[in-house]
Design a protein around this ligand. Structure first.
Ligand code: GLU
Length: 375
């Protein structure tokens, strides 16, 4: 049995006028019902609430203010889910609507509750149809069109595969709408091979994603050991071909290094609230992955965070070493900080014994290695 997350972008769910593509959704639900009957587990992450709401409200284009987008989504979401629910019910599949936000998932208990709900639904043989809760959250409205949400869901449920369905056949060497000679990239084993491509932000008129956010979502999911495919969701036959392993679309191979579920949550779901700039010795120790970060290695504390918040860890820029200002270089790691920003500023650069003089009850590690993830 395998577990697959299918993400449908706005351009798959609705046409440029916001009218739901009934035939496409029926085709996707046919495929979902086939998977269900074969004993597979599927989860849908669907955009299209805003697109649908835009049409229902008779707006002539996608709104630009967050409040209007949120309201359009509220109008569209219930109606959109109803389409899925009916199509799936007609095919013998019970579905459930689940609305998630990154903010919800950034608290570990909420993350675990979301996982528990989703795995219980799957155990009940119910197919979850997920969207971002746009009423309170704006991440996916402003950028992403649910691409990141889908990657997070795939990580959350430890899916085997993530399919990002869009209105073109996959990732091209250039934007095929502009360059007719662009070729499809069939296989991506290494993200470095994409560096010379111009991966655009161009989106459909009613969506907010584009290829760039899909590639970043693929990077997230594959790092968690989840194979990801960007493919055409408008043609049921090509979707079937991708699902049965016959190929099609752009396949991103899963990477080997699987983090623990806690570290995946830390890396992808918990937002960073600040940056700790560290000296070269601490940077080396963190990079090796073997050591915790102690206050003595911290040269600067950026941002305002509480104890328990996630922070990025960055090496001091080389030209700053030994000099005055300590700007951050590239991020090395992310971790949960045991100190608030004001506390850490008081003890940065001090040896553990001196830290105890200033903050007698403080934990020795600023970031313990068990709460630290590289990259
Ligand atoms: N949650 C949004 C929706 O379903 C995502 C798509 C967008 O950003 O337009 O409409």
């Amino acid at each position: 049995m395998s577990r697959v997350v299918l993400k449908l972008g706005s351009s798959v769910v609705a046409d440029d006028g916001g009218v739901p593509r009934a035939d496409v959704l029926a085709g996707v639900c046919d495929v979902l019902a086939e998977l269900h009957r074969a004993g597979e587990e599927a989860i849908v992450v669907s955009s299209g609430a805003i697109a649908h709401g835009v049409r229902v409200m008779g707006l002539n284009q996608r709104p630009t203010t967050i409040a209007d987008l949120q309201a359009a989504s509220a109008v569209g979401q219930g109606k959109l889910y109803r389409v899925y629910d009916e199509l799936l019910r007609e095919r013998g599949v019970t579905s459930a609507q689940v609305l998630l936000t990154f903010f919800d998932m950034s608290a570990r208990t909420h993350y675990l509750n979301a996982r528990q709900t989703l795995t219980t639904l799957l155990a009940w043989r119910v197919l979850p149809v997920i969207n971002e809760n746009d009423t309170t959250a704006t991440d996916e409205i402003s950028f992403g069109d649910n691409d990141f949400l889908a990657a997070q869901v795939a990580v959350l449920v430890a899916a085997d595969r993530l399919l990002l369905l869009t209105d073109i056949d996959g990732l091209y060497t250039a934007d095929p709408r502009v360059h007719p000679d662009a070729r499809i990239v069939a296989e991506v084993d290494d993200f470095a091979q994409l560096e010379e491509l111009e991966i655009g932000h161009t989106t459909s008129p009613l969506g907010s994603g584009g290829m760039r956010s899909k590639v970043v979502a693929a990077e997230m999911a594959t790092a968690a050991g989840i194979e990801t495919v960007i493919c055409n969701g408008l043609q049921t036959a090509s979707l079937r071909a991708v699902l049965s392993g016959e190929g099609g679309g752009t396949r991103f191979a899963a990477r080997q290094a699987r983090y623990s579920s806690f570290k995946l949550w830390l890396k992808y779901a918990k937002p960073s609230r600040g940056t700790l700039v560290v000296d070269s010795g601490a940077a080396r120790a963190v990079r090796d992955g073997s050591a915790s970060l102690l206050p003595v290695g911290v040269v600067d504390v950026l941002g305002d965070f509480d104890a328990g918040d996630a922070v990025e860890i960055a090496a001091q820029r080389e030209d700053d070493e030994g000099g005055g200002s300590a700007g951050p270089g590239p991020t090395l790691a992310k971790g949960i900080c045991n100190y608030s920003a004001p506390e850490l500023r008081r003890v940065a650069g001090l040896k553990s014994a001196d830290v105890r003089e200033v903050l007698p009850r403080a934990t020795e590690e600023a970031v313990h290695r068990d709460y630290l993830v590289l990259g």
